[in-house]
Write a protein that binds this ligand. Structure first.
Ligand code: SF4
Ligand code: SF4
Ligand code: SF4
Length: 306
């Protein structure tokens, strides 16, 4: 196991992955997350991918993209990818979270404290990978924690533990980068010209690294991802207290999210607000009013509100 506080990473190698989805199951089991089990409970996606997307109860999804191989005998290659939190160095979700629920740890893990989450879903809007998801049953978000609880006990993440072909590896980030670079060289030498190591630089460096045999576009991963530009605006609003900031977030969410076309989250925020106590709501309203007054004053004097 890596030394405490040393940066760690998972290395996912798409060229070793068989698409068995054992990692998805291990994630659900370890984290005690329910699955839809009934006949036709899961939407048919037209591919082997299932469930179709991340969700409040699904921290990890393997993605299946079909890619022409140019080989008559086997005309299609699977571009098998992986979606979960990438544990970014420049984590937009942490920057925007004002309740303190999301935290960046010294080892690079972006951890999540359910108790502190107020369900505002701003982290989802800030994340270029659309990772944190709202859970209707408790009005909180959920996402991969890189199995921090297991790491603290000297174990590897549950998904890594179960992966039979060792498409998932875990260890010090530097070592994982080294293995990844060598594998990309090997794949290129085999004629996979677009093979690349994704995550070395993206978002300041990811802690889930990907060896992508066909290049990142084939797996639907963004080129040069950046946190949403609203992150900077929201950071400027951090001086208000925890409950107050949550309220500010919710108070301003309607206009922000509507402007961004996020109708679904708008409903989620309203849902989340229902679980606040009357005191929290009153405090929130006071702080929103206060903040808007400050904003208006700073606009009229031409200075920035702090
Ligand atoms: S357990 Fe390993 S081989 Fe199976 S889908 Fe997950 S990463 Fe791929
Ligand atoms: S992938 Fe999204 S949720 Fe995960 S650390 Fe990065 S910004 Fe946060
Ligand atoms: S590290 Fe843990 S929480 Fe994250 S995808 Fe793997 S099993 Fe799930």
């Amino acid at each position: 196991m890596p030394e405490k506080n040393k940066e760690v990473a998972i290395l996912f190698d798409s060229s070793h992955c068989t698409g068995c989805k054992g990692c998805q199951v291990a994630c659900k089991q370890w984290n005690m997350l329910p699955s839809k089990m009934g006949l036709n409970d899961n939407e048919f996606t037209g591919s082997l991918q299932g469930p179709g997307d991340l969700g409040g109860d699904t921290r990890l999804v393997m993605t299946f993209d079909e890619k022409p191989s140019g080989n008559k005998l086997q005309p299609i290659h699977w571009a098998i990818g992986r979606r979960s939190c990438f544990h970014c160095t420049d984590a937009g979700c942490v920057a925007i979270c004002s309740s303190g629920a999301l935290k960046k740890n010294d080892n690079g893990v972006v951890s999540f404290d359910t108790e502190k989450c107020n369900g505002c879903t701003y982290c989802q809007s800030a994340c270029p990978f659309d990772v944190p998801r709202f859970r209707d049953t408790d009005g909180k978000i959920d996402k991969c924690t890189l199995c921090l609880d297991r790491l603290e006990e000297g174990q590897v993440p549950a998904c890594v533990k179960t992966c039979q072909p060792e498409a998932l590896k875990f260890g010090p980030r530097e070592e994982m980068l080294e293995i990844g670079r060598k594998r990309v060289e090997f794949l290129k030498a085999k004629g996979f010209d677009k093979a690349e190591l994704y995550g070395e630089k993206e978002m300041g460096g990811l802690h889930i690294l990907h060896v992508l045999k066909f290049g990142h576009e084939a797996y639907g991963l963004p080129t040069d991802p950046k946190p949403n530009s609203m992150v900077g605006v929201m950071q400027a609003m951090k001086p208000v207290t925890a409950v107050g900031t949550a309220a500010v977030v919710a108070g301003l969410a309607v206009s922000f999210l509507a402007a961004m076309g996020y109708r679904r989250q708008e409903v989620s925020i309203e849902e989340a607000k229902k679980s606040w106590t009357p005191e929290q709501r009153a405090k929130a309203d006071r702080e929103v009013a206060e903040l808007l007054k400050k904003e208006a004053a700073s606009k009229s004097t031409g200075t920035n509100a702090q």
